[in-house]
Design a protein around this ligand. Structure first.
Ligand SMILES: CC(C)(COP(=O)(O)OP(=O)(O)OC[C@H]1O[C@@H](n2cnc3c(N)ncnc32)[C@H](O)[C@@H]1OP(=O)(O)O)[C@@H](O)C(=O)NCCC(=O)NCCS
Length: 149
């Protein structure tokens, strides 16, 4: 399997598969801004010419330069084969090269798979009250990056 930068055709496919890959209606999260304006660091993973995973993410500049993972999805039949880990490694490397000092992602409390995945790849988790509005707590994942000398 290989990672590469996202193209418009990949974004179109993400919009089409995302509800199935996430097992629920989430396609509004694949807003076109994450391709057109914030897509220069987004990645997909292919196997035999087919997309098996994607990561929509970007660099945020406030409060510190941060690599932010907005949305990640792996084909349901390709899970637990290291695809998510590979996407996170490559995206993190690109953010580090661009001068980021930390990584960040969020999810809802019921997303046990996501929580276990982030812990497995070495991120830290915090449950934050009212993060997404009143009574809307979220799990906030972060990882500090050690600058390369
Ligand atoms: C969460 C998700 C991205 C993980 O991707 P993946 O390619 O299956 O993950 P990997 O194979 O790289 O897993 C790396 C490690 O994370 C942990 N892990 C991953 N998924 C897990 C799960 N569902 N339950 C428990 N641990 C899990 C394991 O320790 C795993 O290593 P192992 O398989 O050797 O035990 C994928 O399941 C997915 O797309 N889920 C639906 C969408 C979603 O929840 N996205 C994340 C929201 S932020």
């Amino acid at each position: 399997m290989q990672t590469r930068e996202i193209k418009k055709e990949d974004f179109d496919e993400i919009v089409e598969v995302i509800d199935r890959w996430w097992d629920g209606p989430i396609n509004t999260f694949a807003h076109p801004i994450f391709f057109y304006e914030l897509g220069d660091k987004a990645l997909i993973v292919e196997s035999d010419g087919k997309m098996i995973g994607f990561l929509l993410g970007f660099i945020a500049h406030h409060p510190v330069k941060t690599g932010y993972v907005h949305l990640v999805g792996i084909h349901p039949e390709q899970r637990r084969r290291g695809v998510g880990r590979l996407l996170y490694e490559q995206f993190t490397e690109r953010c580090k090269d661009a001068g980021c000092v930390r990584m960040k992602a969020i999810t809802t409390l019921g997303n046990e798979g996501s929580q276990r995945f982030h812990l497995a790849v070495g991120w830290t988790v915090q449950e934050i009250e009212n993060y997404a509005g009143r009574n809307r707590k979220r799990l906030v994942f972060t990882k500090d990056l050690v600058p390369t000398a």
